[in-house]
Design a protein around this ligand. Structure first.
Ligand code: ATP
Length: 266
């Protein structure tokens, strides 16, 4: 990590991404993304399949290395830092598809989340904190994670992330594959964790309605670029966002071309 020279654009931003570019070989997946995550907020990044949301989170968490740009966090540029260094700095990534350790128990999975910590007593307290938000995990603490339902695995993935006592949590599509009831339960808890545990969140979602409902601020991403940014409640009311999601619906119903050809963002 290199020391930062100038101050970021938004005064109370915990994370500022500037002109980020990330490639898969010759394919440019992130095309000059800039965004800010304010301390204490939930910031959502919306976008269809393949927009680049996962790649963006992987670049912030150090799983992928950017070709260009800055990731300013805590007064430093962490672009290209190793994933464990990023975790130690206070950023945890809860990946898409949960990715819990299936053969380990719930308790062992949670313990893995605390691997960077040197305060066993604090980690034990945080395990109780996780259980207070997800009581089902306490009931199943000795059960192999692979035998949990999808919703319980998502709770475990978030719980494991919390065990690192993050300042910033990167959440990749927690709604994926879950019933509407579970989605609303998990998003309620995400909102509570933000308010009560003061975890700043960057939430990547395709489910715009639930994400904008819990978030303070939102960005819309398409083809590797940010095409819209506003307060979450304004995005929710925005005709463009509503039309975007109607467009997606029309596409699946009638097998028509992309909405973008009807609606221009840029
Ligand atoms: P999803 O909701 O499906 O996860 P996303 O918005 O997170 O979508 P990414 O997974 O970040 O999108 O993908 C961004 C672009 O990078 C897409 O065009 C995708 O095809 C491409 N891509 C993703 N993973 C790879 C890979 N391993 N190799 C090559 N191209 C990839």
């Amino acid at each position: 990590m290199t020391p930062r020279r100038e101050s970021p654009g938004v005064a109370d931003a915990v994370l500022s991404v500037r002109n980020l570019e990330t490639y898969y070989g010759p394919i440019m997946a992130i095309r000059g993304v800039s965004l800010d995550v304010r301390e204490g907020q939930i910031v959502t990044v919306l976008g269809a399949n393949g927009a680049g949301k996962t790649t963006l989170l992987k670049t912030i968490s150090g799983v992928m290395e950017p070709e260009k740009g800055e990731i300013l966090y805590g007064g430093r540029d962490i672009a290209g830092a190793e994933p464990d260094e990023v975790v130690r700095a206070g950023i945890v990534h809860v990946p898409e598809g949960r990715e819990v350790f299936p053969l380990l128990t719930v308790a062992e999975n949670l313990a893995m989340g605390a691997y960077t910590r040197r305060d066993p007593a604090g980690a034990r307290d945080d395990e109780e904190m996780v259980f207070s938000y997800f009581p089902i995990l306490k009931e199943r603490r000795r059960q192999a994670a692979g035998t949990l339902s999808g919703g319980q695995q998502q709770m475990l993935a978030i719980g494991r992330g919390l065990m690192a006592r993050p300042k910033l949590m990167l959440l990749d599509e927690p709604s994926l594959g879950l019933s509407p009831l579970l989605v609303s339960e998990i998003f309620d808890i995400v909102g509570r964790l933000n308010r009560e545990q003061k975890v700043t969140m960057m939430l990547v979602e395709q489910n715009a309605v639930v994400a904008l409902d819990v978030a303070h601020y939102g960005y819309v991403m398409e083809l590797g670029r940010i095409v819209m940014a506003d307060e979450a409640r304004l995005l929710l009311e925005s005709k463009d966002v509503q039309e975007f999601y109607l467009g997606v619906k029309e596409e699946t119903q009638r097998g028509q071309k992309r909405w973008k050809q009807k609606k221009t963002w840029r």
